[in-house]
Each structure stands twice: as structure tokens, then as C-alpha cells.
Design a protein around this ligand. Structure first.
Ligand SMILES: *Cc1c(COP(=O)(O)O)cnc(C)c1O
Length: 394
């Protein structure tokens, strides 16, 4: 290997380790679900985005087998050459209807959808105004454009308004936000954002990856939860979280906007179609969650129960009601040690510290699933109480 490059990489790896940012992967020996195997032991899983508990569901496996038999394994093509099957169109129709929009377009992932969207619609005459805590894929998507970038303080409507004013001379203004922010589990003030968009003649883009399938009265997402309906111009989201958790992303919007994206979004034109199995199962999942509201109801019941029990046990948790439950600990070392102790108690959670979250705001992020039983939740609370006593003796 080029000795200079070797040195650069070694130094970088060293520095990642020194800063305590080196990520170790735990290797699962089982399907995704409430209980997972790691090595010889089983753990209660509180750190996946499997909100509705569908990732390992038998019905989905059956649907996958059917799709595989009927439509084959791969397409060896992009959509517009010979990679669009009936199931891809069916999935787009179902997603659009579920989300309450005229049309939908599929991508390999939500990351891809976000990379595709902005470069297709924004030019150097436009302004993109982003929430400071937006997901990496939105940040990268915006970077691919020549639009002028503005960053507003997290969920700060006064600051957003300032930025909108500063961008009034531009051809277009795009406000970009996560629907739900993954580190806090907090919900973007969509009503206020849409009001400002109207006042200052801007478009709204929302990435609803941590909400699609369970937020709002019928699980449509943050636009339903916030009562803003189709006032959001583009919603991007993933099939890789609540909706079965495999992969695939999408954008919903008006018929013309989606037609335009099919013509202009590079990740759609130059990257393979979703595999038929994935399209088939994703489509099955949309049908399931419309028909059967039980997992969604269970998810919210579990979320409320866990939040209440943790509060009663004296833990500081973020106030907004979402199955992402950050247990605020402050000190990075305490958070890390606590996650390690909980792992010994067969509770699998992950600690987050600077720079993933602000300095001094280290936390353990718990994620609740519809699959968790009351017993699982009680066991987790008990383990938290025990490890807290051991680690923070005062
Ligand atoms: C998880 C996530 C993504 C990435 O989704 P993929 O489909 O896995 O690429 C994008 N945006 C947000 C807000 C996310 O939370």
C-alpha cells in the first residue's frame, strides 16, 4: 500500500479511538426482534428502530417468499430501462395513498431519497434553510446543490423566520426538517413551520423516517400528528425502520413533482430498482398497518408505560411522547458504563455522547417496540434502577 496513505489511515483510526468514538459492532446470531442473540446469550433489545415489531414477523417472511417466487431475485436494471414491475407501481400507489399524497417515488433508501431530492429541485438561485439537528442524509443532500445554505437553531421558529427574511430575494426557499429528531425523540413544530412557509413563500421538506407508520391518529406520520396534512410539499421517509425494517426509501408529493423527480433525480435514474422481494414485502406491510392498528396501539401503550415508570424511578427523560426515550445522564463516562452494566443484565441499549449529542448531554437512548411485553419493560426499568444505584452512589 502507498506508505503515505497507510500512515494517514493509521493516524485517523488512532485518533478515532483516542477520542472514544470508535464504533464496535455487536454481531447478532438471530433475527431482529425484542429478543436477540449475541454470542451465547439472549438480550432484550431496546435499541432498534423496529417500532412496530415487524422486522422478524412470520407474515412478512411469507410475503417475501411469495414475492421472491413470483418476481424473482433481481432486476439487473434501473427503473426506466426494464426495472419497473407491477409490484413497484403497486407499492408507489399504496404509499402515496397511505401518506395522503397524489404520488410516490421509490429509492434504494431514504438516504438515497434525500441525496436525490435537493439536487433535482434546487439551483444556485435558491435558498435551503435547514434545522441544525437534521439527519446526516439531509445535510449531504443539501451539500449536493449549489443553493445558498442557511442553518436555523434547532426548532427555533424565530431564527427560522430571520433566515426566511434573509432569503427573500432568492427564486425559491426550501425549509428542511426531520419530522422527529432521532437523538431527542422530539417532534418538529410542523404547524409553525408551515405557517412561516406560507408567510414567506417557501416550500417545506420533511424527512419522517422516525414517524412513518406510527405517529398521528392513524400512523401516517408527523404531518398527521401535527394536523398539517398536505401543507408539507415533499415528505421523504424509509421502509427501514417501523415498516418492516429492511430497506427502501420514498418521497411523496404532488403528481407533477413526482413526475419531475422521475425525470431528474440522479439516484433514481442511475441506480438499480428496489429488489422485487423488498418491494413486495414493503407493499404487504403498508396493507398490514392499515388493516391492523393493534401493533401501533401497543407501541404507544408500551411507550407511555415505560416513560411513566422511568420518571417515577427518578430518571430524567425528554418530555415529548415518542418511542425514542433518551435517558439523560450528562456525563459521558456514566452513560457508557451504565450501558455496559445494563448489557450484563441482558438489556441491550446504547449510550450516546459528544459529538453525536452536545457536550455534557450524554444519554442512553432507549427505543420501545410494540413487541415488548409488560414484563420486558419492567425488567428494563428494574435494571436501570439497579445500575444507577451502583454507578451514581449519593
Ligand atoms: C434512518 C434515517 C434515514 C436513513 O434511512 P435509510 O432508509 O436507512 O437510508 C434518513 N433520515 C432519517 C431522519 C433517518 O432517521
Amino acid at each position: 500500500m502507498n506508505p503515505q496513505f497507510k500512515k494517514i489511515i493509521e493516524n485517523e483510526l488512532e485518533s478515532i479511538k483516542e477520542k472514544g468514538l470508535f464504533k464496535e459492532e455487536r454481531i447478532l446470531g438471530s433475527k431482529q426482534g425484542r429478543k436477540i442473540k449475541v454470542g451465547a446469550k439472549s438480550y432484550l433489545n431496546f435499541c432498534s428502530n423496529n417500532y412496530l415489531g415487524l422486522a422478524g414477523d412470520k407474515k412478512l417472511i411469507q410475503a417475501g417468499k411469495r414475492a421472491l417466487e413470483k418476481w424473482g431475485f433481481g432486476l439487473s436494471s434501473v427503473r426506466f430501462i426494464c426495472g419497473t414491475q407491477e409490484i413497484h407501481k403497486e407499492l408507489e400507489r399504496k404509499v402515496a395513498r397511505f401518506m395522503g399524497y397524489q404520488d410516490a417515488i421509490l429509492y434504494g433508501s431514504c438516504y438515497d431519497a434525500n441525496l436525490a431530492l435537493f439536487q433535482a429541485i434546487a439551483t444556485d438561485q435558491d435558498a435551503i434553510i435547514s434545522d441544525q439537528l437534521n439527519h446526516a442524509s439531509l445535510i449531504d443532500g443539501v451539500r449536493l446543490t449549489k443553493a445558498e445554505r442557511f442553518i436555523y437553531n434547532h426548532a427555533d421558529m424565530r431564527d427560522l423566520e430571520e433566515k426566511l427574511k434573509a432569503a427573500q430575494k432568492k427564486r425559491l426557499r426550501l425549509i428542511v426538517t426531520d419530522g422527529v429528531f432521532s437523538m431527542e425523540g422530539d417532534i418538529a413544530p410542523m404547524k409553525e413551520i408551515c405557517d412561516l412557509a406560507e408567510k414567506y413563500d417557501a416550500l417545506v421538506v420533511m424527512d419522517d423516517s422516525h414517524a412513518t407508520g406510527f405517529m398521528g391518529k392513524t400512523g401516517r406520520g408527523t404531518h398527521e400528528f401535527s394536523g398539517v396534512g398536505q401543507r408539507v410539499d415533499f415528505i421523504t421517509s424509509t421502509f427501514g425502520k417501523a415498516l418492516g425494517g429492511a430497506s427502501g426509501g420514498f418521497i411523496v408529493s404532488t403528481k407533477e413533482n413526482i413526475e419531475f423527480l422521475r425525470q431528474r433525480s440522479r439516484n433514481y435514474i442511475f441506480s438499480n430498482s428496489l429488489p422485487p422481494v423488498i418491494a413486495g414485502v414493503n407493499s404487504f406491510v403498508i396493507g398490514q398497518i392499515i388493516k391492523n392498528s393493534a401493533p401501533r396501539k401497543q407501541l404507544w401503550e408500551n411507550t407511555r408505560y415505560f416513560r411513566k415508570k422511568m420518571q417515577e424511578a427518578g430518571f430524567q427523560i425528554s418530555p415529548q411522547e415518542h418511542p425514542i426515550v433518551p435517558i439523560m445522564l450528562g456525563d459521558a463516562k456514566i452513560a457508557k458504563n451504565m450501558a455496559a452494566e445494563l448489557f450484563k443484565e441482558e438489556i441491550y441499549v446504547v449510550a450516546f455522547a459528544y459529538p453525536v449529542v452536545p457536550e455534557g448531554k450524554a444519554r442512553i437512548r432507549v427505543q420501545i417496540s410494540a413487541e415488548h411485553t409488560r414484563k420486558d419493560l419492567d425488567k428494563a426499568v428494574k435494571a436501570f434502577v439497579k445500575t444507577k444505584k451502583e454507578l451514581i452512589s449519593n
